[in-house]
Design a binder for this molecule. Structure first.
Ligand code: F6R
Length: 612
């Protein structure tokens, strides 16, 4: 959702920023723009649509500037068009700004500025902010940096901004509150970006800006101050990300690459943590909190979308293995209730991006109520990772496809490890079960590999159902959240309406939908609900529904009853979701490709949902 790239140094800013904006395309956007300093003039170029359309407008033109700010916009205030795209000029056109987030009190500020003669061209809150900065600068005679700080002190809402000025060539001012901003520190050059992907090919030295901090590049130097003017020493960290991880590596889409990466990413989420031979399970981030978790009366899990589904899987795991009462909440609902947090409750926040606005706000609320918050995040150094008391990274590597795949399986793998560690500490599982779970966990990557070998079978099934108008996904127990996840994957990238249900709930309504045109995906692996799911399959077949069943290798009973079968290897029942979700990811992917959808950047969706 909205992306920022800014540069100051000795290189040509235009191609560098365009490339950076393309790297951020996965976040979701509807227009893009760039501001440059050309022949001592502040020039802004913007365009609705893809970054390539903005780039095409400039083919053959010499865009000479070694400083610039660029933006991809995901519309919040005002429709997606050329005018509302960022950057925006101030009233006197001496300043330009790019902004992620929302300025909630923009309307009041705008009214005051209009009274003072300011003329606004767009419908955006962002344009108001840059006019406001200019107004403060003129009224107080302060430096641009101080004017930015004064303006931000008045602002309600969330922001990551970068400001440039025609009067200060070589100077960039950036600030953040609630929206991410990373600074890349090179040799006599600096980069700003919403995440590290536009920066990584130039430098691995980065500084993550904190809330209420203002960074300034002037005379080739970086300084950081708080809004209250206290100076902070920039803490330079080394990025662990490699360039290959953010490129397609020969795959047609990032989503396909990420699905096929899962044997590696699941392995990485256990690396150094699980060693079955030695009965070893150790998550560094958990050590100081293991007793707290073991003593917890209740665990509240918060997240959104796919991360919420991972939370639902964890509910089964914690309850079954560690015998702890678990509630799984949508972060967006949790934050607007007055949730009851008791002593000895633990909150686990799950987020791939670590920037989801609702999850972040829910964490702050739970913290204010005295809860201990444990984070399960993928993006290192993200806002959620920093807002939690402790946590375990999923180490899935950058996920570029908007539809989450490898992040989900990594989340489930990490949550499984936590549940096993807590169960061991509490003594709610036997030594034998503990060892068996660790052995099975270590075997998961190889088994995922085996599921991926079925890709061509899944592709054939996808071909048959490419033009289905609806889909039902049914599962029981641990496969119920997988059914939800399968349905979500299909809707978001193919735009086919799909519903996930606990299989037994079908009789309470959805069964009315079943006819010969309704494909029903059954998660029917050999587990505790195997017999029950067979009855549910028969209910669908009796009504001529077309059944695709995900079954355990070697099963002969279900294949005899259904239309299509996809096999997954046998594993411990508690680990089933890690295998049963893979065919559903591939099914959605192939259907979406066959329907000609933009798989990696589906319409209206953003990878990182930084507004509520
Ligand atoms: C679905 C998907 C979204 C995210 C949700 C939460 O494929 O990607 O539903 O899971 O927006 O995002 P994170 O995990 O970044 O908090």
């Amino acid at each position: 959702m909205c992306g920022i790239v800014a540069y100051v140094g000795n290189r040509d800013a235009f191609p560098l920023i365009i490339k950076g904006l393309k790297r951020l395309e996965y976040r979701g956007y509807d227009s893009s723009g760039i501001a440059l300093l050309e022949e001592s003039q502040l020039k802004i170029y913007k365009k609705k649509g893809k970054v390539s359309e903005l780039e095409d407008q400039h083919t053959g033109k010499d865009r000479k500037s070694t400083i610039g700010i660029g933006h991809t916009r995901w519309a919040t205030h005002g429709e997606p068009n050329d005018v509302n795209a960022h950057p925006h000029y101030s009233n006197n056109r001496k300043l330009a700004i790019i902004h992620n987030g929302i300025i909630e009190n923009y309307a009041t500020i705008k009214q005051n500025l209009i009274k003072k003669g300011h003329v606004f061209l767009s419908d955006t809150d962002t344009e108001v902010l840059v006019h406001f900065i200019e107004d403060i600068q003129q009224e107080t005679g302060n430096s641009l940096e101080d004017a930015v700080k004064l303006a931000l002190r008045e602002v309600v809402g969330a922001y990551a901004i970068v400001v440039m000025s025609v009067d200060h060539p070589g100077q960039l001012i950036a600030a953040r509150k609630g929206s991410p901003l990373v600074i890349g520190v090179g040799e006599n050059e600096f980069f700003f970006a919403s995440d590290a992907t536009p920066i990584i090919e130039y430098t691995k030295d980065v500084v993550y800006l904190d809330d209420y901090e203002v960074a300034m590049i002037r005379d080739g130097k970086l300084t950081i101050q708080n809004l209250d003017n206290t100076q902070t020493i920039p803490y330079i960290q080394k990025l662990e990300m490699e360039l290959e991880t953010i490129e397609k590596g020969g795959y047609e889409h990032f989503m396909l690459k990420e699905i096929f990466e899962q044997p590696r990413s699941i392995g990485d989420s256990m690396r150094g943590r699980v060693k079955a031979d030695d009965a070893h399970l150790h998550l560094g981030g958990l050590s100081n909190y293991l007793d707290k978790l073991a003593e917890a009366k209740r665990i509240v899990i918060i997240g959104c979308g796919t991360s919420w589904h991972a939370g639902l899987v964890a509910e089964y795991l914690f309850e079954e293995l560690a015998r702890i009462n678990v509630e799984v909440e949508y972060a967006s609902e949790f934050r607007y209730r007055n949730p009851i947090i008791k002593e000895k409750d633990i909150v686990i926040a799950i987020s791939q991006s670590g920037e989801t606005a609702d999850t972040l706000a829910a964490i702050e609320l739970a913290k204010a109520k005295g809860a201990t918050i444990f984070g399960v995040c993928n993006v290192v150094g993200s806002s959620i990772a920093r807002a939690t008391h402790a946590g375990a990274y999923t180490h899935a590597g950058p996920e570029i496809g908007v539809a989450s795949t490898k992040a989900f399986t990594a989340q489930v793998t990490v949550l499984t490890q936590i549940a096993i560690a807590v169960a061991k500490r509490k003594g709610t599982i036997s030594e034998e079960m503990y060892r068996q779970l660790l052995v099975e966990l270590e075997n998961i990557p190889a088994k995922v590999e085996r599921v991926l070998e079925n890709a061509s079978t899944i592709k054939e099934i996808a071909y048959i159902f490419t033009y289905a108008r609806n889909f039902l996904y049914l599962g029981r127990g641990l496969n119920f959240p997988v059914a939800l996840e399968g349905a979500l994957k299909l809707k978001e990238i193919s735009y086919i309406h799909a519903e996930g249900y606990p299989a037994a709930e079908m009789k309470h309504g959805p069964i009315a939908l079943i006819d010969e045109d309704m494909p029903v995906v059954f998660l029917a692996t050999k587990d505790g609900s195997y017999e029950k799911i067979i009855s549910n399959i028969q209910e669908v077949k009796a009504r001529k529904g077309r059944v695709i069943a995900i079954v355990t290798e070697g099963d002969t009973l279900i294949p005899a009853m259904v239309d299509f079968v996809i096999e997954v290897p046998k594993t411990h029942e508690m680990l089933t979701p890690l295998l049963s979700v893979i065919p559903l990811q591939l099914l959605s992917y192939y259907i979406a490709v066959m329907r000609g959808r933009n798989v990696d950047q589906p319409r209206n969706l953003a990878k990182s949902v930084t507004v509520e």
